[in-house]
Design a protein around this ligand. Structure first.
Ligand SMILES: Nc1ncnc2c1ncn2[C@@H]1O[C@H](COP(=O)(O)OP(=O)(O)OP(=O)(O)O)[C@@H](O)[C@H]1O
Ligand SMILES: [Mg+2]
Length: 362
């Protein structure tokens, strides 16, 4: 069966769409990938909606339509490029744009007008994938570990999968043990934000700007003093905590380039500490997400974790920018099969749950 997965993460860079085939045995074949950036006005509004502001109900409803249009554009491109017609796609798994992640308050809010996406594409839309896990007492995140286990798990090797999106998250795959995963801390959300402010570029290409600065040890220590880093899993986070105001409250007196170097070091150090604490036996770390394209970060992991083999998911057959999209296609498949999508060990939910809500395409 053919599925589409659509992800737009906390980096707010745009939408990654993946077309995959899943056979009866659960084996996956990647059939297409498309990335489209958000238009600047939608991106700015989605970023603004991450913080409290006026007229939120109306603005959120309009932005949710904007997300549906952006998603539909990716779906139509995937169909066109692969010569697929809508009726041949069983369902689209669509994440939506997180604007508040508050499992502590009983919700995680993703903006997406699922009815409009179904109307625009004629394909069943499975969305709102986090709420049921939160309703069952979970964090609603991370949801990728089940997919990571299905495609990256190994019978003998202890592996970890590290997604470097706006936030970093780890999945721990140890043979014979329950699969777990959690958010480590900030990654591209702050690296991009600082770079946009000081270089007027969307991101620090290859981490070159960060590489040209010096890590500011007192700042790194101050950032690492954030209590989130020491919370035991299950745990998840987002722009609710790790945003530019969080950074601004701590950077006084440090040169901009050194802040960028320190943010890169923070990304590496927070993940490395989590691996040492929770999975010291890990033999290989496979990185995915846009941060895997940041050579400075990848060098940082290799230096900080010399005994670990550091690679990317490209080596395991799933290109780094397709993993999260494919995970949401897989989650749509789980929903259609009426199988649970969450791993209670990772999210902290009371048990496995069927994730998602359906907007029929026809
Ligand atoms: N060549 C590159 N050099 C440095 N950073 C890069 C490069 N290419 C991509 N990136 C980073 O990757 C980010 C996009 O990554 P990605 O799409 O995985 O994040 P995301 O949308 O937040 O996803 P998610 O929340 O699902 O993990 C960009 O914003 C940028 O920071
Ligand atoms: Mg992205």
């Amino acid at each position: 069966m053919r599925y589409i997965g659509l992800m737009s993460g906390t980096s707010l860079d745009g939408v990654d769409g993946v077309l995959i085939d899943i056979d009866d045995g659960g084996a996956l074949k990647l059939r297409g990938h498309r990335h489209e950036a958000f238009v600047a006005s939608l991106r700015d509004e989605l970023l603004a909606l991450n913080s409290p502001g006026g007229d939120e109900l109306h603005r959120a409803a309009v932005a949710a339509q904007g997300v549906a249009h952006a998603y539909a554009s990716v779906v139509n491109a995937l169909l066109f490029d692969s010569g697929t017609v809508a009726r041949d796609v069983r369902a689209t798994g669509a994440h939506g744009q997180t604007v508040r992640h508050r499992p502590d308050a009983g919700y995680s809010a993703q903006l997406l007008d699922g009815a409009l996406l179904a109307e625009l594409t004629g394909i069943d839309v499975v969305c709102d994938l986090r709420s049921r896990d939160v309703a069952a007492g979970g964090q609603g995140a991370p949801l990728a570990p089940g997919f990571h286990a299905a495609v990256f798990g190994h019978a003998e090797d202890t592996r970890a999968v590290l997604n470097l999106g706006g936030i970093s998250n780890l999945t721990l795959l140890a043979p014979g043990r329950a699969v777990t995963g959690f958010d480590c801390g900030p990654a591209n959300a702050l690296l991009d934000g600082w770079c946009q402010r000081h270089l007027r570029q969307p991101f620090d290409d290859d981490g070159r700007w960060a590489a040209s600065g010096q890590v500011h040890a007192p700042l790194l220590a101050a950032l690492l003093a954030e209590p989130y880093f020491d919370l035991p899993p299950p745990k998840s986070t987002g722009r609710d905590l790790f945003n530019m105001s969080w950074l601004d409250a701590r950077v006084a007196g440090v040169a901009a380039v050194d802040v960028q170097a320190t943010l890169a070091a923070l990304t590496v150090e927070s993940v490395a500490r989590d691996l040492e604490r929770h999975a010291p036996q890990t033999a290989a770390l496979f990185v995915c997400g846009g941060g895997a394209r940041n050579a400075h970060l990848m060098r940082g992991f290799a230096q900080r974790l010399p005994r670990m083999r550091i690679g990317t998911t490209d080596e395991l057959g799933v290109p780094v920018d397709q993993v999260e999209g494919a995970a949401f296609a897989w989650l749509a498949h789980r929903f259609i099969q009426r199988l649970p999508g969450n791993l209670a060990e990772a999210t902290g939910a009371r048990g496995p749950r069927l994730l998602g809500a359906l907007y029929p395409g026809q």
